[in-house]
Design a protein around this ligand. Structure first.
Ligand code: SF4
Length: 248
């Protein structure tokens, strides 16, 4: 991947996956009703027709720090100890936003849909925007494997509102990305419009370091988190690493 492709802000039209309905649990024949499966299939067909996926991404420098690291420069702290701990292992991060467009929001608000179908539709549209972000992430990973950055890897993906990163930090993502150019705006209550949009940050660093430190769950001792991806490792806890990180 050429360096210019990384540094430019871009609009990236991305396809909705064909197997979208099967990505929702409504499509699981054992665990869902026939009505829900049909509603999910209809919703998936509609999302594929109506959504206008757009993405913008930007490559930024990571300035390590404790408790918070910074993106781009010291004006942009990542106000999450857990995610700062992951990003501080990297020298670079990719910040990105994906949106499915205004037209899909209008369909989601369609008053002729029953409450049940509206809910199923909403779930399918959420699966769609995550699938588009997955695709963008896969594209970046492939670029790393094939391009000038071989031997480096991506950390897990994090968004404001998850782990200990407050939703208010969408301000940071908007300041770095200026995603208004793909039609994405932020309300005073930090909700994005269009509704089916996501922002994310992933660190890029040495593959061995990323394999060891690239998932915040290893540093997080919350016992009942339903989103946990890896077991807690007390050796990676932020308190234990405070001294090491401050010296970096
Ligand atoms: S356990 Fe949960 S809160 Fe903690 S880092 Fe993992 S996903 Fe985030």
């Amino acid at each position: 991947m050429r360096k210019a492709e990384w540094t430019d802000r871009q609009h990236l039209p991305l396809d909705i996956p064909k197997n979208l309905a099967s990505k929702t649990y409504f499509f699981d024949k054992k665990g869902s009703s026939k009505r829900a499966r049909h509603a999910a299939a209809r919703a998936a067909a509609c999302v594929r027709e109506v959504a206008e996926p757009r993405a913008v991404r930007r490559l930024v420098r990571v300035v390590p720090g404790y408790p918070y690291c910074f993106l781009d420069d010291l004006r942009f702290p990542v106000r999450s100890r857990l995610i700062s701990g992951v990003l501080s292992q990297c020298d670079t991060a990719v910040v990105c936003a994906v949106s499915l467009g205004e037209q899909l929001d209008e369909v989601l608000r369609d008053p002729s849909l029953s409450a049940h179908d509206q809910w199923v539709f909403d779930q399918v549209a959420t699966a769609a925007v995550e699938a588009v972000m997955d695709k963008l992430e896969a594209e970046i990973t492939t670029g790393l494997q094939r391009g000038y950055d071989a031997g480096r890897a991506l950390t897990a993906r994090y968004s404001p509102g998850y782990c200990d990163w407050p939703l208010t930090e969408q301000r940071l993502m908007f300041a770095l990305l200026r995603p208004e150019k793909i039609g994405l705006t932020l309300s005073e209550s930090y909700l994005m419009q269009p509704q089916k949009s996501v922002t994310a940050v992933m660190g890029i660093g040495d593959a061995a370091r990323v394999a060891k430190h690239g998932i915040a769950c290893r540093r997080c001792d919350r016992p009942r988190c339903p989103f946990r991806r890896r077991a807690y490792d007390s050796d990676q806890s932020p308190a234990r690493n405070q001294g090491r990180e401050a010296k970096r």
